[in-house]
Design a binder for this molecule. Sequence first.
Ligand code: 6PG
Length: 261
Amino acid sequence: MSTAPQLVVHRDKELMAQAAAARLITRIVDAQSSRGEASIVLTGGRNGNGLLAALAAAPARDAIDWSRLDLWWGDERFLPEGDPDRNVTQAREALLDAVPLDPKCVHAMPASDGPHGTDVEAAAAAYAAELAAAAGPEDHGPVPSFDVLMLGVGPDTHVASLFPELPAVRETERTVVGVHGAPKPPPTRVTLTLPAIRAAREVWLLAAGEDKAEAAAIALSGAGEIQAPAAGAHGRTRTLWLLDAAAASQLPRELYPPATP
Ligand SMILES: O=C(O)[C@H](O)[C@@H](O)[C@H](O)[C@H](O)COP(=O)(O)O
């Protein structure tokens, strides 16, 4: 199936978060209805957390069977457990503490004071092993076929903790790696690689605000994935860009024609 990116542009970031939350509820409910379970990969960042907060506020969230939902992370800031800057801490505040998840299904990435200490490579290898253990024979390699994997897009086109030109974005074998010297703080991170991201059925990229306009335009105009990691993020059945009007403002006309008066 073609994974040519599809675009949906919303008026502003609040509406984008609400519409994406509604879309996610439907996707999870559909997966649970057909397979009995669903698996989702969360992203860090303001847009990802905005979506989770919108989901927390949506009455339809009760349509989800939270006990049969697996949650994974696309990346994590390698900080101590409970640090307010950890993506899992922010996700807990935005949504996870308010819904009846099965703790065994919440697959947070290791913290820097966890069993692997400050060894970020060991932490990444442990998360790769956890993913591999969850993958079944029907999956495509050592990663489950996530129903939806969400990614915030950075102003430099980074997604997860895959930054332009850094070694992590060049990884073709391992599914999870440690990142050193990330330009967005903190410098040490754990991230899924592009091969792991591309195991997902659907990949959704979230971009809101004028500071994302250039990144969206570059990633959607045929840039290479080493220079523009967002360009390499594809789902096996669908790649969906969810933008607000400001983030879409520099897209080529053939992708996002200006509204006719
Ligand atoms: O841990 C992180 O920082 C991220 O997962 C990162 O990839 C983020 O999603 C983007 O930088 C977009 O962040 P915003 O939505 O805040 O712009």
